[in-house]
Ligand binder design. Structure first.
Ligand SMILES: NC(=O)C1=CN([C@@H]2O[C@H](COP(=O)(O)OP(=O)(O)OC[C@H]3O[C@@H](n4cnc5c(N)ncnc54)[C@H](O)[C@@H]3O)[C@@H](O)[C@H]2O)C=CC1
Ligand SMILES: CC/C=C\C[C@H](O)C(=O)/C=C/C=C/C=C\C=C\[C@@H](O)C/C=C\CCC(=O)O
Length: 242
């Protein structure tokens, strides 16, 4: 399979889009470290995935992406257990215009911290074997949503950071390919909770609801089906890509 022998790290992977990404990676032969703060669901997911894919394929590691120390420890444990890191997916994210500083530290700073840690491990200029980074942004990173200025800012930031890092990688020869994934509306716990997280912008909920009705909401199953081909195209590590 396309990702046999490869090791992936996925943040915020216990549920939702992150879990969907984990399942695609496992189905295509990769070993996966599932990083999340939800230990109960995370361990339960590994139990389920181990029954489906066999032992030593999936591992849960508690990690708050706001903590550089916890990210470092999770990366180190992954390397010790699976022998290296070839793919990183910075997926962990929240939607909250009330605790907006946290939205920034998780969505944007967590992605930057993960990317810089992956650079330390993957960089061919410092003995690494190269790799692939996927940063989960959003269509809100392409066009602003009036109900969530800070969430919109974090996703615009993720896209800008990803594009800049990609240019640096090509110019420097890191051997790291990096892409931003920009989903539309997907039925997850985050999506279900947005109405209660708008804070001072709750008056904008109508505009967003109109957009939701116009664009529709993907089920996680439909999202996974559409993501598989794209994820394989992006993650297949062949020399002529890096
Ligand atoms: N659901 C949607 O409509 C869309 C979601 N996205 C993005 O996709 C990513 C995943 O979102 P969903 O799956 O919808 O959310 P979700 O809420 O269903 O799952 C998010 C996961 O991340 C974990 N998490 C939250 N904060 C964390 C932290 N500080 N450290 C580690 N793990 C943490 C949660 O425990 C949970 O398991 C986010 O970056 C989100 O912004 C982008 C576009 C659309
Ligand atoms: C309100 C955000 C809902 C869920 C968060 C989810 O995680 C997410 O990121 C979904 C993003 C989907 C965006 C879809 C389309 C965006 C289009 C932009 O060009 C804005 C277009 C109209 C804005 C109307 C308005 O908000 O005023």
């Amino acid at each position: 399979m396309a990702l046999n022998g490869k090791t992936a790290v996925v943040t915020g992977a216990a549920m939702g889009i992150g879990k969907a990404i984990v399942e695609i990676l496992l189905q295509n032969g990769a070993k996966v470290a599932i990083l999340d703060m939800n230990e109960t669901i995370g361990h339960c997911l590994v139990e389920t995935l181990t029954k489906e894919h066999g032992p030593d394929r999936a591992m849960f590691l508690f990690c708050d992406v706001e903590s550089e120390d916890e990210l470092k420890a999770a990366f180190q444990k992954t390397i010790e257990t699976f022998g290296g890191i070839d793919i990183l997916c910075n997926n962990a994210g929240v939607f909250n215009e009330v605790t907006w500083e946290k939205t920034i530290t998780i969505n944007l700073m967590g992605t930057i911290k993960g990317t810089y840690l992956a650079l330390e491990h993957m960089n061919k200029l410092t003995g690494g074997r190269g790799g692939v980074i996927i940063n989960v942004a959003s269509m809100a990173g392409i066009g602003p949503l009036s109900c969530c200025p800070v969430y919109t800012a974090t996703k615009h930031g993720v896209i800008g950071f990803t594009r800049s890092f990609a240019a640096a990688s090509v110019a420097s020869g890191y051997g790291i390919r990096i892409n931003a994934l920009c989903p539309g509306f997907v039925q997850t716990d985050l999506f279900s909770a947005i109405q209660s997280k708008l804070g001072q912008f709750s008056a904008m909920a109508g505009a967003t609801q109109e957009l939701i009705e116009k664009l529709g909401v993907l089920t996680i199953q439909d999202f996974t089906a559409g993501l598989t081909a794209l994820l394989l195209k992006v993650t297949c590590l062949t020399e002529n890509h890096l």
